[in-house]
Design a protein around this ligand. Structure first.
Ligand code: ATP
Length: 324
């Protein structure tokens, strides 16, 4: 299902938290709203869900208008046909896995074939064996899968995820990233995913909307956002950026310690070194208040001067006016 927002705005009191926003989430795509805390991503998601009312604009699901201030249309959340997965999973502690998943169907009085539907949803997340357990008897990853099964059992046309992985530890989080993405694409859902984690956004999404201060700074594929950031904010927020001046930057992989023909050489002192396992992350002092990040195969010493080379083809110029 395609989701179209046109000129959506939202204020709380005198504070505008969503500036006029127009955005299309393509049918079957995995779209992420990415930004730091307070940038408005949850508010945007809640407006799609019908849990928050926009001040202006329209929301369309395919050719169905589900919200329009002007036309006085405001479809209630339960009639929007969406699945929701929250950060804290929001499972009922006193209900078994089976009953947690069945809850949405019972709430909608859809009890025909309920057992089969619930077991099918549990099967798709590989939890059919644990149907009679209670949430506290499950690991974090398993609870996350129950939350996902509960969202898909009602056969939604889209699933909304609000930071669904942030309660998990780092290893499990990475594992679940792959699993969720695989499940969503295998089952063919349109997904809107909220996160403040750029790695999560980059690795899972077909498209990312980068938000800052309620403004969508860029809406594009992860590759475009990384290689062609539209504003200084996007360049800062996504990936590591080494700044040459106010508008030009390059990513760490554009810089090497080996001379390469045609590359510009800089001799810079090493400020700090961190071991990452597959390489050393070296911070070089470019200017008194500007450092560059280099990924280097050998361990450099703090204070040592390194000759580094920048591939001019990999220098990015940002033109955006909404930068910081
Ligand atoms: N019901 C509300 N009443 C007043 N202000 C609100 C309300 N909901 C959100 N806000 C404010 O709106 C702004 C955006 O909040 P929102 O939750 O959308 O941000 P976010 O990007 O999802 O942040 P986080 O990652 O911390 O959840 C914040 O300044 C927040 O304090």
């Amino acid at each position: 299902m395609e989701i179209r927002l046109t000129n959506i705005t939202k204020s709380f009191g005198s504070k505008q938290v969503i500036a006029p926003t127009t955005l299309t989430v393509e049918s079957g795509s995995f779209t992420t709203l990415l930004g730091s805390s307070g940038c408005g991503k949850t508010t945007l998601l809640r407006m799609i869900a019908g849990l928050e009312t926009p001040d202006t604009g329209e929301i369309w699901f395919d050719d169905r208008c589900i919200f329009s201030k002007e036309k006085k249309i405001d479809t209630p959340p339960e009639k929007r046909g969406l699945g929701f997965v929250f950060q804290d999973f929001a499972l009922w502690p006193h209900m078994t896995v089976f009953e947690n998943v069945a809850f949405g169907l019972r709430a909608q009085n859809r009890t025909d074939g309920l057992r089969d539907k619930v077991m099918e949803a549990l099967r798709s997340v590989h939890l059919e064996e644990l149907a009679q357990r209670y949430p506290h008897q499950l690991s974090g990853g398993q609870q996350q899968r129950v939350a996902f099964a509960r969202a898909i059992v009602i056969e939604p046309s889209c699933i909304l995820f609000d930071e669904p992985l942030s309660a998990l530890d780092a290893l499990l989080r990475e594992e679940m990233r792959h699993e969720l993405k695989e499940l969503v694409s295998r089952l063919g859902f349109t997904a809107v995913f909220v996160t403040h984690d750029q790695t999560e956004a980059m690795s899972m999404s077909d498209k990312i909307a980068v938000l800052d201060g309620g403004v969508v700074q860029q809406y594009d594929t992860p590759e475009e956002i990384y290689h062609h950031p539209a504003t200084r904010f996007v360049a800062h927020f996504v990936g590591k950026s080494n700044w040459l001046d106010a508008t030009r930057l390059f990513r760490p992989e554009a810089m090497t310690v080996d001379p390469a023909p045609g590359c510009t050489e800089y001799k810079l002192p090493v400020q700090s070194v961190q071991y990452l396992g597959d390489c050393y992350e070296v911070q070089l002092t470019y200017q008194p208040d500007v450092t560059w990040m280099l990924h280097c195969g050998r361990k450099a010493a703090v204070g040592e001067t390194l000759s580094v080379y920048i591939d001019p083809k990999q220098i990015i110029t940002v033109e955006g006016v909404n930068g910081k």
